[in-house]
Design a binder for this molecule. Sequence first.
Ligand code: NAD
Ligand code: FES
Length: 295
Amino acid sequence: MTPAIEPTQESVFTIREIAPKIFDMTIVSSTEEGSAALISKHAKAGQFVMIRGGEEAERIPLTIAQTEPEKRAVRLIFQVAGTSTHKLSLLKPGDPVLNLAGPLGKPSEIVEGKKVLVIGGGVGIAAILPIARELYHAGNEVTVVLGARTTALLILKDEFAQISHHLTLCTDDGSEGHKGFVTDAIKDLVAYRGVYDVGWAVGPTIMMKMCSEIAKQLDFPLWTSLNPIMVDGTGMCGGCRVLVGDEVFFACVDGPEFDGRLVDWDNLMLRQKQFKNEEADSYHHCRLEDQLNSR
Ligand code: NAD
Ligand code: FES
């Protein structure tokens, strides 16, 4: 007799808005063979998943913020920026998750016993959390710089306080920590503590570009997590092409982390703008539909 195959299903376990339009969501598998269970067992810092928030939503890449293999759980933190993330934010505990694939991409190259700098900007703070955690537990001296537009958007401060030796906070409007960009804080830190052996920066592309310019001037490697448009996330479509050191790479399989000193940032920013109008139209229609449905 053929053994019965257990149906596996992923569902939302918890979902919470931790800052305006930023959601912290945990997905669990109903069986050991479910994708959340397998991802939680195998994922390493720096890797991501592809996920779809509903039948009509597109698959999007999200960095894995945390895994708990014993609970078959994967934690994702995302900002509502378009139709797909909007649909994801509407899910409630117990709702099924349609597609969850991963872990994808190459893990971060975690060093040991070094003086490291970890920079998170805006919602990129969530993506850098597992990297900081692994660096801290690998015996590095970890300096973390977190920056956001305003205090309400400065997420996960308490979690970073537990996995860093020095934590610097900054806001563009001065409502918390130092007033200014993360780049201002880095310049001050380097002047005070000297140059770092290696660094990581995740956040808006312009932030990663500016941090990379500092790393270039000071001559230390800075890993940046590139987020071009991704379709399949497995090296099949070519949509996520990036130029690094004059070579073409696919961010989904060759990255997402690359030494920011070598990245062609202007090319990346141009490619990221490609579908901006279509995305804005789609989001507008999706919000209208929601309003009509709620009447
Ligand atoms: P934001 O625009 O509010 O900026 C966050 C921080 O980045 C600022 O507070 C500042 O410290 C720094 N920053 C911004 N502009 C800068 C500049 N010109 N020079 C130096 N520092 C600067 O960030 P947000 O709105 O949360 O960002 C969302 C963006 O981050 C989206 O575009 C999203 O796609 C991207 N993102 C990227 C990743 C990734 O893996 N690279 C992960 C999550 C989000
Ligand atoms: Fe298709 Fe990378 S997302 S090749």
